[in-house]
Design a protein around this ligand. Structure first.
Ligand code: VG1
Ligand code: CO
Length: 544
């Protein structure tokens, strides 16, 4: 078989964001666009000979053609073995598990996560390194630097690989192994959780769950684990077949986009537990009966109850959360006497803490929770963790959350997103806020006194690398916070994210709606940041 060396010219916009390179499908379909980026990855990661690469994606439109291109490029670049998910399907957490289990050099994950799919939707490429986690910034920068000067890529001339049939074949010298998408991941889950107790919970008595895969990658995993293995009735998993356009929806597990599940969970005869996942299966939303669990609370509750779960029964080394995530987990860490780390947004910042054994559980406010079992956030894992806790405590989701608030106080929390706004005024808003920061400290706004104001800078405690300008934070003396940053995953215009948090110790005041509890902070945010003026929007697009 022939290796073709193809001349190419660089694209200037292949800078990976919070989670890989995300662009419209149409951008990726430009001649050489995908190939340039893939070759830039291969050129940046060192010697590939005799190495194993993991390859898969969330099943979105363009997944299959992209996989064929990448298989042939990987073979042309001399990779020893490629483990590719059957039909090109691998969730992000499963990919991370497979890298670690088989000591692969890394993985290419084709996903734009929660962004919509289809010919007019988005596509994405993430590169994960040998620890199973997203490439850290020094790697993504090397890939980006390479993409700016690339002039040639290599691809094997060969027929397409059959992705339907499990087993091995050859592409030139390279072994291509089509693997079961679920099996390795399911084995890992069985090693962490008490499947027998969860099986009992789901089959004896009248505890009912409802799982929504939003037509995305988690479907096959959820069918196999909840229905086939754990005995939940067929039909428990809704929208469980991955579709190229996710049925036209946003595969984003929150109260806005997972409205079908929300209607069920707040309807008559609601199930005891509900959950949804995102496009690539790394996010989760947890619902009780007529009850929503804030992701930040979910992280804190998993941390507080970790000893009930076999995989974590010996306790936690530490916990970590992204900076905008609420401080609820910090209170649990303080009580247990372990460290709590605050990192920039994006899972790549947890990798070093997990590798160094400094943190066991990690989480983000954006519906992401995970642990040291892999190096990605993990939607199904979070659901199994909750079910394991529920099986042992024999209380409702709401009772568990309310008891948690009684013990630790409640961190009221909300995120307001302004999606698809114009880039220039969005940048001006942020720059203006940055310039205000030095003047804010000590200032009094109605009942709020500013205790600190900065643009978050993170020094990695393991390798000393510094990441600046990770979000404007304004903290008040009563523990409330406003955080403002721009998204690094959007593909149209800019997305402004405003994160609001206030703390309430008194259980008598734990029954407010978050928007109501945060109302005066929301007004104050407008006063300081002038969001209406700069975005031209009266309201956020999405409130979570
Ligand atoms: C968003 C979330 C962030 C998450 C990232 C990737 O990033 O806020 O917490 O890690 O998406 O998640 P940003 O830069 O748009 O705020 V996923 O599930 O899209 O890979
Ligand atoms: Co995701």
């Amino acid at each position: 078989m022939n290796i073709r060396k193809v001349s190419t010219t660089p694209f200037s916009d292949q800078k990976p964001g919070t989670s890989g390179l995300r662009k419209a499908v149409k951008d990726f379909q430009q001649p050489h666009y995908l190939e340039n980026f893939i070759q830039s990855i291969f050129d940046s990661v060192g010697d590939l000979h005799f190495q194993t690469l993991v390859l898969g994606g969330d099943g979105r439109y363009y997944n299959r053609p992209a996989i064929q291109i990448i298989l042939k490029m990987a073979a042309a670049n001399g990779i020893g073995r490629i483990k590719v998910g059957q039909r090109g399907i691998l969730s992000t957490p499963a990919t991370s598990a497979i890298i670690r289990k088989y000591q692969a050099i890394g993985a290419i994950i084709l996903s734009a996560s929660h962004n919509p799919g289809g010919p007019n939707g988005d596509f994405g490429v993430k590169y994960n390194i040998s620890n199973g986690g997203p490439a850290p910034e020094k790697v993504t920068e090397a890939i980006y630097d390479r993409s700016k000067v690339i002039d040639i890529y290599q691809i094997l001339e060969a027929p397409d690989v059959d992705l339907e049939t499990l087993g091995e074949s050859h592409l030139g010298e390279t072994v291509v192994e089509v693997i079961d998408s679920v099996q390795d991941y399911q084995e890992l889950m069985e090693s962490l959780f008490d499947f027998e107790r969860i099986h009992q919970l789901l089959t004896r008595g009248n505890f009912r769950i409802s799982i929504d895969a939003l037509h995305a990658v988690a479907g096959p995993y959820a069918h196999a684990i909840f229905e086939q293995r754990l005995g939940a009735p067929v039909g428990t998993v809704r929208n469980g077949t991955p579709l190229e356009d996710f049925g036209g929806g946003h595969p984003d597990p929150n109260l806005v986009y997972a409205h079908e599940l929300v209607d069920i969970s707040y309807g008559e005869n609601a199930p005891d537990f509900g959950a949804a996942f995102d496009g690539d299966g790394d996010r989760n939303m947890i619902l009780g009966r007529k009850f929503f669990v804030t992701p930040s609370d979910s992280l804190a509750i998993l941390a507080a109850n970790a000893k009930l779960v076999p995989g974590y029964s010996s306790g936690l080394a530490g916990v970590a959360r992204s900076m905008p995530t609420s401080q609820a987990v910090d209170r649990v860490a303080a009580q247990i006497g372990i460290d709590s780390y605050e990192t920039p947004t994006g899972w790549k910042f947890f990798g070093n803490l997990l590798d160094a054994g400094k943190a066991t559980l990690c989480g983000e406010e954006s519906f992401g929770t995970g642990s040291n079992h892999i190096r990605e956030k993990d939607g199904l894992w979070a659901v199994l963790f909750w079910l394991n806790i529920l099986a042992i405590r024999q209380q409702s989701v709401e009772q568990i959350v309310r008891e948690h608030w009684q013990t630790y106080g409640r961190n009221y929390y909300s995120r307001h997103d302004y999606e698809g706004i114009e880039i220039e005024p969005a940048n001006t808003l942020i720059e203006r806020l940055r310039s205000l920061l030095p003047t804010l400290k000590g200032k009094q706004f109605a009942n709020y006194q500013v205790e600190y104001s900065d643009d978050f800078s993170y020094t990695d405690p393991v390798d000393g690398s510094i990441s600046d300008q990770q979000g404007v934070r304004i903290g008040f003396s009563d523990g409330s916070r406003i955080v403002v940053r721009l998204s690094g995953t959007g593909t149209q215009g800019a997305t402004l994210r405003v994160y609001l948090e206030s703390y309430e110790a008194d259980p008598a005041k734990h029954d407010l709606e978050p928007q109501q509890a945060l109302a005066s902070l929301i007004t104050l945010t407008e006063e300081i940041a002038q969001i209406r003026k700069f975005t031209g929007r009266e309201q956020p697009t999405v409130i979570t």
